[in-house]
Design a protein around this ligand. Structure first.
Ligand code: ZN
Length: 381
């Protein structure tokens, strides 16, 4: 830490106790000030690492780790082609010729000051309008958990979805956004979710796409503490306000199947937007051994090293041909396509080496913000 970091820490630490400053709802949440101080420490420590840009450089020299930086491609559906756009944080736009899915879309990226001073967070509608692709092909939105960097933009984006598109997530998602999104558009998947390799069921999103929700986990931010952990059990009368009000709820991973006209799976994607430990996030054997391999795994890079044997335990069991890493960039810096550097302290090289040790044949990709990868759905190519 240098003098600058101490000054920031001092400023953030003093802010809630300045005359006239109101720490919203602090009396309703007795542990809030304690959690707040921890949160300040966490982000101050995170801000002390300047290793991010160097890691980006060294990773791009590794020929097997594919950096995708093409931000000029279109998300529009093309025959025989699948597309994945990395939005930012855990956000993904997934497009098939038969329809598409949005996962954890997030553009607003409130700055460190807004987060640390527990300001009410609001979607940056200008940035969303500027960079969110048209949603005509999007038939469903999947939400992994309800932290602000996964759900803050959802109410605004929901207003841009086609009328019959539904949003799938936890009971906490439904309760947190009870006043912002009509209840019939928000589907609580917890009754359909598999837990510890048992139960669960496929949900049809639309005729050619189905999803299997799986209970997963969220890596801690500091020590064993997850910022904003816990569920929202009853519908709130307001949208969550500051960073601590956005409660994660149950963390959910999804298997997404693209289906042919006979309802047989053509392409299977696993997506998980938080790091976890075994057996969280793994679908039951009845699904993983149903004859359709997992083709692609989209995995969270943030805090991967805090979870034992992650992501190896997921990859060893699913053996995907392609791996895409998300949640790797500083999601508190202004959103600019093609402009992002890795999270402080995150070694993408090390993560790549670990994936490569399990899956030497797999193609491992990291996309810049708004970059798009495309691949053929023709099994012969
Ligand atoms: Zn989170």
């Amino acid at each position: 830490m240098n003098k600058y970091h101490y000054r920031i820490l001092y400023f953030f630490g003093k802010l809630p106790f300045m005359p006239g400053y109101k720490l919203e709802n602090s009396t309703k949440h007795p542990g809030k000030i304690f959690r707040y101080i921890n949160f300040i420490l966490a982000i101050s420590v995170a801000g002390c690492s300047a290793a991010g840009d160097k890691i980006l450089e060294s990773s791009s020299k590794n020929s097997s780790l594919k950096w995708i930086t093409d931000i000029s491609a279109s998300t529009h559906a093309e025959n025989g082609v699948a597309k994945l756009q990395f939005i930012g944080a855990g956000g993904v736009y997934l497009s098939f010729p038969q329809g598409g899915v949005l996962v954890d879309p997030f553009y607003s990226n409130p700055g460190i000051l807004s987060l640390a001073s527990l300001r009410t967070l609001t979607p940056d509608t200008q940035t969303i309008d500027r960079y969110l692709p048209p949603l005509n092909d999007i038939n469903a939105v999947l939400i992994g958990h309800v932290h602000f960097d996964h759900a803050l933009d959802l109410p605004y984006i929901a207003g841009k979805l086609v009328e019959n598109a539904r949003i799938y997530g936890s009971a906490t998602l439904k309760n947190s956004l009870a006043t912002a999104i009509a209840p019939d558009r928000l589907i609580d998947v917890e009754p359909s979710m598999s837990v510890d390799g048992r139960g669960g069921q496929w949900l049809m999103l639309f005729p050619h796409l189905r999803v299997f929700p799986i209970k997963s986990e969220h890596a801690p931010h500091i020590g064993s503490w997850v910022v904003g952990s816990g569920n929202i059990e009853k519908p709130l009368d307001h949208v969550p306000r500051d960073v601590l009000d956005w409660r994660a709820g149950v963390n959910i991973s999804y298997l997404i199947d693209l289906l042919d006209d006979e309802k047989e799976p053509l392409y299977r994607i696993f997506i998980q937007t938080s790091a976890s430990s075994s057996p969280n996030g793994l679908a039951p054997n009845s699904v993983l051994d149903d004859g359709k391999a997992v083709d692609m795994a989209v995995l969270c890079a943030a805090n991967y090293s805090k979870m034992e044997h992650y992501p190896e335990y997921l990859l060893e069991r699913m053996n995907p041909q392609k791996v895409v890493l998300v949640h790797w960039e500083k999601f508190w810096t202004p959103y600019e396509p093609g402009q992002a550097s890795p999270l402080p302290g995150l070694s993408l090289d090390n993560l790549y080496q670990r994936i490569n040790a399990v899956l030497p044949q797999a193609e491992v990709s990291i996309l810049q913000r708004s970059a798009i990868m495309r691949w053929s759905l023709d099994p012969g190519r």
